[in-house]
Design a protein around this ligand. Structure first.
Ligand code: C2E
Ligand code: MG
Ligand code: MG
Ligand code: MG
Length: 284
């Protein structure tokens, strides 16, 4: 299409905008089809107890199984889904599917663990969210304590909305984690007013462990902040033994990352659960 651009009169004004608008419209309509045709898949990545090596939770991460383009990662379609409002339908599918899957694992006899679901800011702003979550728990039969919702600091900037919303969600008996912690604009002053259970240290800080940069320091500070507020702390993006060792010394509670396991499709996760469990314990 770049070749034709010269003939397009709109291109004279803003070629990039024109192209990207057209691409966006195409993506939006294929996203709509994807919702209709059930083309989304959930992958699950374990969150491991740093002391025992046990799986305490799994994070549900969405992928788009595109009929011709293959598996598309969330960063390639979540932004446009947010822009078009389609994210709400996707996130509600994710929430229901993750709760159903976790209940199924428990019914199969796996030791119970949490499932974590990422929320978009649009969902978090929607007052209907509390009822949506409550209905999903009722319909799937998952005990509330086995559901965890991941929010980000940015979503909590409107504290007049965030404080009651978090309290209402929490009163359902579910858990709440603050994702990508340290990359946003949390006021420590408000953090203590938020009904949350844990902080997830952003992977950019974990990556810096042992690099001689101040990432190491930031990790220690976040762990101290979390523990001083009686919050648990999970490190994400753990890829190397050295990072794990540092996190153990600093008394981080849980770890998540490629060092333990990549995100796995649900079927693979339960088929290899025992292998996974014993691998975690060995790695630890
Ligand atoms: P996130 O919630 O911070 O998820 C962690 C991301 O880090 C995931 O990428 C995961 O696959 C990746 N990761 C895990 N371990 C490692 C590691 O050891 N090293 C590195 N380099 N990366 C690791 P993914 O699955 O591509 O998801 C990207 C982001 O997309 C997520 O970041 C989350 O913000 C968003 N997302 C994923 N699923 C959903 C969803 O269902 N709804 C919404 N609204 N957003 C979602
Ligand atoms: Mg997350
Ligand atoms: Mg994260
Ligand atoms: Mg992230």
């Amino acid at each position: 299409s770049a070749k034709n651009r010269g003939l397009n009169m709109y291109a004279l004004y803003s070629p990039d905008m024109n192209i990207s608008t057209r691409e966006k419209m195409a993506l939006e309509s294929s996203l709509r089809k994807a919702i209709e045709n059930n083309e989304f898949r959930l992958y699950y990545q374990p969150q491991v107890d740093i002391r025992s090596g046990e799986i305490k939770g799994v994070e549900a991460l969405v992928r788009w199984q595109h009929p011709t383009k293959g598996l598309i990662p969330p960063n390639d379609f979540i932004p446009i889904a947010e822009e078009t409002g389609l994210i709400t339908q996707i996130d509600r599918w994710v929430l229901r599917t993750a709760c159903m899957q976790n209940k199924k694992w428990q019914d199969q006899g796996l030791p119970p663990f949490r499932v974590s679901v990422n929320l978009s800011s649009q969902e978090f702003l929607d007052d209907a969210l509390v009822d949506v979550v409550k209905n999903v728990l009722d319909e799937t039969g998952l005990e509330p304590k086995y559901l965890d919702l991941e929010i980000t600091e940015t979503m909590t900037m409107n504290v007049n909305h965030a404080i009651p919303m978090l309290r209402n969600l929490h009163s359902l008996g579910i858990q709440i984690s603050m994702d990508d912690f340290g990359t946003g604009y949390s006021s420590l002053n408000y953090l203590k007013n938020f009904s949350i259970d844990r902080l997830k240290i952003d992977q950019s800080f974990v990556r810096d462990i042992g690099n001689g940069s101040n990432g190491t320091n930031i990790v220690s500070i976040i762990i101290a902040i979390a523990h001083s507020m009686n919050l648990e702390v999970v490190a994400e993006g753990v890829e190397e033994k050295e990072q794990l060792r540092f996190l153990q010394i600093q008394k981080c509670d849980e770890v998540q990352g490629y060092y333990f396991s990549p995100p796995l499709p649900g079927e693979e996760f339960d088929k290899s659960f025992l292998d996974l469990m014993s691998r975690m314990k060995k790695l630890y």
